[in-house]
Design a protein around this ligand. Sequence first.
Ligand SMILES: Cc1cc2nc3c(=O)[nH]c(=O)nc-3n(C[C@H](O)[C@H](O)[C@H](O)COP(=O)(O)OP(=O)(O)OC[C@H]3O[C@@H](n4cnc5c(N)ncnc54)[C@H](O)[C@@H]3O)c2cc1C
Length: 440
Amino acid sequence: MADSVVSADVMSLAGELGAERSKPGWSSFSLALNEEQKEIRDWAHTFAADVIRPAASEWDEREETPWPVIQEAAKIGLYGLDANINLFVDPTGLLMPLVHEELFWGDAGIGMSLKGTGLASSAIFSNGTPEQWSQWMGRCYGTVDDVRVAAFCSSEPGAGSDVSAIRTRAVYDSATDEWVINGQKAWATNGGIADIHVVVATVDPSLGTKGQAAFVVPRTEVHGLEMGTKLRKHGLRASHTADVFFDNVRIPAANVLGGKEKLDERLARAREAAAGTGSSSGRNASMATFEMTRHIVGAQAIGIARAAYEVALDYAKTREQFGRPIIDNQGIAFKLADMAMEIDAARLLVWRAANMSAALMRGETPDYRHGEGSMAKLKAGEVAVKVTEEAIQILGGNGYTREYPVERMHRDAKIYTIFEGTSEIQRLVIARAISGMRIR
Ligand SMILES: Cc1cc2nc3c(=O)[nH]c(=O)nc-3n(C[C@H](O)[C@H](O)[C@H](O)COP(=O)(O)OP(=O)(O)OC[C@H]3O[C@@H](n4cnc5c(N)ncnc54)[C@H](O)[C@@H]3O)c2cc1C
């Protein structure tokens, strides 16, 4: 008797709460993709499977930018400013990581050749004025008949993790109303072959990162921009990486992102703050770019990890030792279970950060607390390294050879603990966010 009273109470309480929570606002959490997101993801996947993957090994060996693949992508509308805007305006933020995951599932080196330009165009978007968006963003990609790539040049031989150590100088010449840029940039994706180079330089070295600004340098319209050594790399070999030298490169005053007037105001505030007479809210140019793109880089790493996991799963089902498929052993099956789980965990962090970043774009204030963008990139990068290594282990001797793709995927994955903020720097960002302390 007592039991049925309790269960009746439970039923009515559940009914009341259920009705309350069916109201709008309670039912908005969903990880289900809508039909259009699925369609665009599948479209990118088809291109990755039919065009990118068959070309992956060749371009990795050639260590060259795969221009024909970029052209193919432009022809179908997958490469270009329009394509990027199409992904960018998704209010959930998911389209960008969804498409990146698919393209990098195809191949990371080719994927980076298709998506490296995004770093420069994002820098123009996040630091530039609407007039600068119209003038430069389309030019980063060129046209279907004349595809171009762009480069974002922040790192220098002495300034990688420590962007405050940037030495490249931009000096304003009032006689000609131009900026004069001098310095050396290192490891620039598309550096020296790009049409548009977005260059982070210091205008007032006494102000550290607050004295820096980003400048648009159109390579074919200037003198003094030279490509240095094209780097021979461990992975991502179909993506061009090089040093770039700037020797008295002159560009119009209007090429500083955000405009010269805004820059002067920002510098004045920073000087006041440094002198203890005011407060400075100036953002530094390269950090703003990295914040916007961090989870997208995580999605690239997940694409590589998923590709390696799928190869390993198939192999484990067909490779027989001791008279049975190797997946029949827990030693192998549990590895695959962990790989699948870690990939999903990383993807959830990426989607969360993507959703928060989309809210930021809409002018909302997402509840950033723990360096969520950094968490996404850190987890995805480390998962990609671990999963690709386990994939080699599962393929045994075959995994270690270039007859199978997992060794290339492992080489490609490693960069994801290094660029766009190393794993150590991501941990620093998260540690500072959770502690509120200036951990070093
Ligand atoms: C393939 C490739 C493409 C790239 N593309 C671009 C690009 O397009 N544009 C661009 O500007 N740059 C690019 N980079 C550069 C990249 O962003 C830097 O390599 C990266 O930021 C790390 O800098 P670094 O190599 O100088 O390492 P360092 O900063 O010298 O770090 C070396 C080691 O010390 C650790 N370390 C440094 N400081 C700390 C600290 N405070 N606490 C704990 N550990 C620390 C690091 O985590 C790392 O393990 C690219 C690099 C590569 C390899």
